[in-house]
Write a protein that binds this ligand. Structure first.
Ligand code: PDD
Length: 298
């Protein structure tokens, strides 16, 4: 069986032989953007929402969108990557990265326009169901990131260091606090529940406007749950009735402990469970598959 396939600049090749120029501006400066899709039964979830965010980021970086930012082209590449790794059934993720390309190192854009580097891979994905049933722990950390967190750039060092600190403390996620309010997690958005109302940071320049965040807000409103897009004070986390993370590789993940505070009853809360089930239905609907009740039971 050949190893996993990578897509690099128009070619499909074994991942082990997909190599980049050492002068790639992604490598040298973190000068690029990325996306991660959830894939069910070979179908990328929220395909167009991710591509729209990708194009927004490319626009902010002033990188001309390559063909892969179009849904037909992306779908073809995705299909081939998934097929080559037998990922047309079950769950997977697709990672796509676009950088400004390779050029001798200058901070400003290269004088001669470069061809953007385009890289994509597909991987098997195992949803974290046991943790979801128990509920996860998070820690808070100062949000030391720049003021354009709405661009999904590959410069993730603050996120990497925060998540590493969380893992070292036995937690699942690090939640960023800026100017006394919760912004988001290192790779997730955070929702809180107080007296039946969901609160989450507005989708401005201080957070990544998550695709899952939008879907979950939409689900909540359709279920008649009020959603208030105003930030949660960092010192109020311990007083929330529920808190949960949302994201492409996280779905809805109830938090039962944040720093030294127990959240709510210390068990996954009813709104988180209800939203997780409804999100699961939307995910399964695109995959055309039914998961066994055991894996969705909470
Ligand atoms: N991260 N906030 C940040 C900082 C993120 O990196 C992500 C996603 C999210 C959730 O966005 P979405 O629902 O569109 O996945 C919020 C991806 C999954 C990652 O870096 O692997």
């Amino acid at each position: 069986v050949p190893g996993p396939l990578a897509y690099l600049n128009g070619e499909f090749l074994p991942r082990s032989s997909a190599t980049l120029s050492v002068e790639d501006r992604g490598f040298v400066f973190g000068d690029g953007v990325y996306e991660v899709w959830r894939v069910l039964g070979g179908q990328p979830f929220e395909l167009d929402a991710h591509l729209a965010r990708l194009k927004f980021g490319l626009g902010e970086l002033r990188i001309t969108p390559p063909d892969i930012a179009e849904s037909d082209m992306f779908s073809n590449v995705a299909k081939r990557l998934l097929g080559a790794s037998s990922l047309e059934t079950g769950e997977a993720t697709i990672y796509l990265e676009i950088t400004r390309g390779a050029a001798p190192r200058t901070h400003q854009f290269p004088l001669t326009p470069t061809r953007p580097t385009v890289f994509a891979v597909a991987n098997r994905f195992e949803p974290p169901e046991p943790l979801r049933a128990r509920g996860a722990r998070a820690i808070t950390m100062p949000d030391v990131r720049w003021l354009r967190c709405d661009i999904k750039t590959i410069q993730l060092l603050p996120n990497v260091l925060a998540k590493q600190t969380a893992v070292e403390q036995g937690a699942t996620e690090a939640i960023f606090i800026r100017d006394g309010v919760v912004t988001e997690g290192s790779h997730t958005n955070l929702f809180g529940v107080e007296r039946g109302v969901i609160r989450t940071h507005p989708a401005n320049n201080l957070i990544l406007g998550g695709v899952t965040r939008s879907v979950v807000i939409d689900i909540a409103r359709s279920l008649g749950i009020e959603v208030d897009e105003t930030p949660i004070a960092g010192d109020r986390i311990g007083g929330l009735d529920e808190a949960f993370l949302v994201g492409t590789t996280t779905d809805v993940m109830p938090l039962v402990r944040v720093d030294e505070h127990t959240v709510g009853s210390g068990a996954p809360g009813p709104i988180a469970k209800q939203l997780q089930l409804a999100l699961r239905e939307r995910l399964d609907a695109i995959g055309g598959e039914r998961r066994s009740p055991a894996t969705i039971a909470s």
